[in-house]
Design a protein around this ligand. Structure first.
Ligand code: SF4
Ligand code: SF4
Length: 117
């Protein structure tokens, strides 16, 4: 029982949120506005969440207009590698502190889903 509880608490402690490919070439940055701890880092074509900074508040999930953000436990299987990628890229790219205009290539969720078939 104690072992099970320890396992649960370790899993909760190591939870994070993950930005997935719907953000790629979009960068709407609505998520940056609501993050209370500046957990987002900005790469050339998408953002990434730093698991060391993220406090798992869930605020960014609803803000993203293209549904790019998931709690790590909810990331679709096809994007499972993105949780580790987010962590890795945050070491490479700087924190983004303020929202900015989206990239000219930004698509709506409907356009992204239509392209996926
Ligand atoms: S709101 Fe969504 S698309 Fe925009 S930067 Fe954040 S994760 Fe990317
Ligand atoms: S879950 Fe909260 S703390 Fe983590 S990136 Fe999203 S808004 Fe920031």
């Amino acid at each position: 029982m104690l072992e099970a509880l320890n396992r649960i608490s370790i899993e909760e402690l190591s939870m994070t949120y993950t930005v997935t490919p719907n953000c790629d070439n979009c960068k709407y940055t609505d998520c940056v506005e609501v993050c209370p701890v500046e957990a987002f880092h900005e790469g050339p074509t998408m953002l990434y969440i730093n698991p060391e900074t993220c406090i798992d508040c869930n605020a960014c999930v609803e803000e993203c207009p293209v549904e790019a953000i998931y709690a790590d436990v909810d990331v679709p299987e096809k994007w499972a590698s993105y949780t580790a990628l987010n962590e890795e890229k945050c070491e490479e790219y700087p924190v983004i502190e303020e929202a900015k205009d989206p990239l000219p290539t930004a698509r709506t969720l409907e356009e992204i889903q239509a392209a996926e078939g």
